[in-house]
Design a protein around this ligand. Sequence first.
Ligand code: PEP
Ligand code: MG
Length: 533
Amino acid sequence: MTEIHLTGRAASPGLAIGPVTVLAAAAVESRRVTGDPAQETAALKAAIEGATAELAELVEAEQGDAADILEFQVTMLEDDALAEGAFDAIAAGTAADQAWRSALDAEIAGYRAAEDEYFRARIADLVDIRDRVIARLNGADRSAAIPGGSVVAGDDISPSAFLAADWRRGGAIVLAAGSSSSHVAMLARARGTPMVVGLGPLSWEERPPALALVDGDAGTVIFDPQPETRRLFEQRMNAANDVRAIADAGRAKPALTAGGRRITVLLNIAAPEDLAGVDPAICDGIGLVRTEFLFGASQGLPDEETQYAAYRRILDWAEGRSVTIRTLDAGGDKPIAGLTIDGESNPFLGLRGIRLSLSRPEVFRLQLRALARAAVHGPLKVMLPMVAVPSELDHSAMLLDAEIAALRADGIVCARPPLGIMVEVPAAALRAEDFDAAFYSIGSNDLTQYTMAAARDIGAVADLNDTGNPAVLALIARTVEAGRARGVEVSLCGDAAADTRLTKALLATGLTTLSVSPVAVARLKATIATVSP
Ligand code: PEP
Ligand code: MG
């Protein structure tokens, strides 16, 4: 047996070894076709409703990102336009399952041809929805479980298949196609499951390989390794585990450089559920709450009470540590139905972040009211995304003050949180001192893509999308300097904060505060300890 070496793109870091489970394509089952359009229509309607209910039940059982992703699928299924073509075909005599499959396949082909990586990354969701409804029509059981600890190999994997497997026993995902911005890649990163995408066709000559070694850092896979290859890989895995164990032991300790410099480590979260089971002692506070989670639900925009309750939960969790909540950052790679603009030729340069909030003051005011009410319960800071010019901050401050005055006039308890800005547009980084901001938080994901003119979600320009580029580091240093001159805090909350290959360079810019997801804290603190002075 010869070993097979494949190179793809790293989608979730870590090393794994395990038996290979090949993902089977969804079986094309036969069902009894009635031949009566009215009955076929009723069958498809029932299957869609059943699949929606099934998903809604799964949403209840999941938390955070996983729940958001399933919620996204519910929203898609509830969109009548998705099934329109299928119902038309049934009326013309096609069987329900065939009509649904053709309609969804046409939709999937459209997503596949999209220039925007965001849409291509959603193909797995559409396939998931297609197969769930077909399984309902056929009365089939979709729960062909993935054995725990296995390396799952296939063309692509659906979020449902990922969520049905138990990843606590290890394992990894290796895909012929796939995308590092897919929902499954996000889940894999959050759960620490190594994943490699874009390996190209996985064709085995006789039978599939028995074993695989996966390097989610380098984006490589070795199938059927020789004993010596396996032994060396296991050695690397053991060394990595030792490093992790040491890092875990230091997780709850303050972050100090080798020279004894204290670095503030904050958390990034996408929803209050991300804090479940997280010990507040591992961090100095929360540096970024992405509030988009509140706005993605199928039941429309959230009311003031819903928002207030969510913000308060986070402040309660933080037990007196500071909490920075970002106002809605919709648009760009985060479309929100009914709010963001469809069909912008370049959504990253369009009406997104603070621009969108200021253009929809009725939505923005509600969020500011909820934040001012929550500010009574702890040291809350409010942060504005995508700010490019000082007037955007000034205008937002006026709206915040007006809402606070209105709340007080109604006898509602509230407080004025400090208002700061994300520095993620080069114009803001170059002129940070012009902004009357209570703090700056550098959004390195957007700052990098705008500085390098290389989109954050297009694999082909991933090499250029590098926060370690001297031009990006210079803008970071420029912002740190402005913060120092104005006597306000500067932090960095983009993905680069968790990329330990960049820690030394980031600290060299003068940054003393980094904000990362809870899973990245231990590794970051261990790396900070190696940086001198
Ligand atoms: C960033 O741009 O670095 C950032 C933290 O914001 P988001 O990733 O949510 O755009
Ligand atoms: Mg951003």
